[in-house]
Design a protein around this ligand. Structure first.
Ligand SMILES: [Zn+2]
Length: 117
């Protein structure tokens, strides 16, 4: 399990650095002397870890390419009032997944239905 623990520690170190370069000595401190192998395993698991030679030290520097989470497209909520076409980007609170209470200039407090974007 030592191996898995070291891998987890390396990943945490690189994640905490938020995409900045981390010196190899710091990686070795948490990942053990075989940290290079652990980094290979993390790469195989799908983590994009970049390495570059540090000119001043024999060790390499590493950084984790942070995956930018795509923001969800804004939901479109439509007033359910008869013949009403009023739409808003968000209603609070949500009654169910597709229904929520919002304010319509025409109907006042009204039930909004989520439309497919
Ligand atoms: Zn309305």
């Amino acid at each position: 399990m030592e191996r898995e623990t070291n891998k987890t520690r390396i990943l945490k170190l690189l994640t905490d650095a938020q995409g900045s370069w981390v010196g190899g000595s710091a990686v070795m401190a948490v990942g053990g002397s075989r940290f290079g192998g652990r980094i290979e395993e993390l790469r195989e698991a799908g983590y994009k870890i970049e390495g570059k030679r540090n000119e001043r030290y024999a060790l390499w520097d590493y950084r984790l390419e942070m995956i930018q989470e795509k923001p969800l497209p804004p939901a479109l909520w439509k007033c359910t009032g008869g013949g009403c076409h009023y739409q808003v980007a968000m209603v609070i609170p949500t009654i169910a997944d597709n229904y929520g209470t919002g304010y319509c200039p025409e109907h006042g407090k009204s039930t909004f239905r989520k439309e497919a974007a």
